[in-house]
Design a protein around this ligand. Structure first.
Ligand code: CP
Length: 313
């Protein structure tokens, strides 16, 4: 059996191309499973997984939980807002208490970059990073590239554009690592104040003219402006941002070609993208959500197969 090169999923940075090929092949199989009338398999029947969310989430949390249930795992859900974290308990103490209840795998979302790596140094459990601050969101990047792959095939040589708040986005960083690994050509387009320092080291070029960038690309991934992570103002206001960098019907119709439109969510309609484009034929936003379940099933299955457990094939 092919195995992942890693024991945890901390970030795309730690994966190689063979890992990604394996995750995509496995996700294709699981996508077939979740489209059957009986959508459940007993593959992780003997495994207990804790979803530890120290930051808000809709898609990622529900998608992981559904993926776990489809695989037959036992699931524990923890949300910091309703826990003893509010009474001052640390991350490590919280997790050790949960592990004492015999948990095999942890899905962690946390505001601090590097939190999943820190946790893996203090526990025996397998850790999956479900977003660590503005650092990485590996499962989102995997489902984004998988969704493009399903539509237009191998990403090698394809032109992929990322538009939006690159500076504060864990989705952007994980996508940049992954698109490089897959051999795609990558450009970003955003206000220069939202371009991270040394971004060119990630083999990406900056195109401030969004019309030029849209004409160039095969697919565009649109990111939200993350006001909650901003400690100062990076552009005058939302109206100016949308005029210059928001995707709308005029910008898309003027390029006179069909491109795929992706968005990881949550969407601020009317700011980074119009409602009409979210619902247009070019949009694969809800297919990304569907693929998220298959990708997460694949990752948990592949990581569980590296634990000392019998996987029920
Ligand atoms: N895409 C994403 O991570 O969304 P949530 O924050 O709702 O999980």
């Amino acid at each position: 059996m092919r195995k992942l090169s890693v024991d945890h999923l901390h970030g795309i940075k730690f994966l190689n191309k063979a890992d990604v090929d394996l995750i995509f092949d496995t996700a294709l199989n699981f996508k077939e499973v979740i489209n059957r009338p009986i959508k459940k398999v007993p593959t992780l029947r003997d495994i207990t997984i804790a979803n530890l969310f120290f930051e808000n989430s809709t898609r990622t949390k529900i998608s992981f939980e559904l993926a776990q249930k489809r695989l037959g795992a036992d699931v524990i859900n923890f949300s910091s807002s309703s826990s003893s974290v509010k009474k001052g308990e640390s991350l490590i103490d919280t997790v050790n208490n949960i592990l004492a209840m015999k948990v095999d795998m942890i899905v962690l979302r946390h505001p601090n970059p590097g939190s999943s790596i820190l946790l893996s140094k203090h526990t025996e459990s397998c850790i999956i990073n479900a977003g660590d601050g503005a650092h990485e969101h590996p499962t989102q990047a995997l489902l984004d590239s998988f969704s493009i792959f399903e539509k237009i095939g191998d990403l090698k040589g394809k032109n992929i554009l990322i538009v939006g708040d690159i500076l504060h986005s864990r989705v952007a960083l994980s996508n940049l690592y992954l698109l490089n690994l897959l051999g795609a050509n990558v450009k970003i387009s955003c206000p220069l104040s939202l371009v991270p320092k040394d971004i060119e080291k990630l083999n990406v070029s900056v195109e401030p003219d969004i019309q030029k960038a849209l004409r160039w690309c095969d697919a565009v991934n649109v990111l939200r402006v993350q006001r909650e992570r901003m400690i100062k103002s990076y552009f005058p206001d939302n109206r100016e941002y949308s005029m210059l960098f928001g995707l709308d019907e005029n910008k898309i119709s003027s390029i006179k070609k069909d491109i795929l439109i992706l968005h990881p969510g949550p969407i601020n309609r009317g700011v980074e993208i119009t409602s009409n484009l979210v619902e247009s034929n070019n949009s694969i936003i809800l297919e990304q959500v569907e693929n998220g379940v298959a990708i997460r099933m694949a990752i948990m299955y592949l990581l569980a197969s590296k634990l000392n457990f019998s996987i029920n094939e």
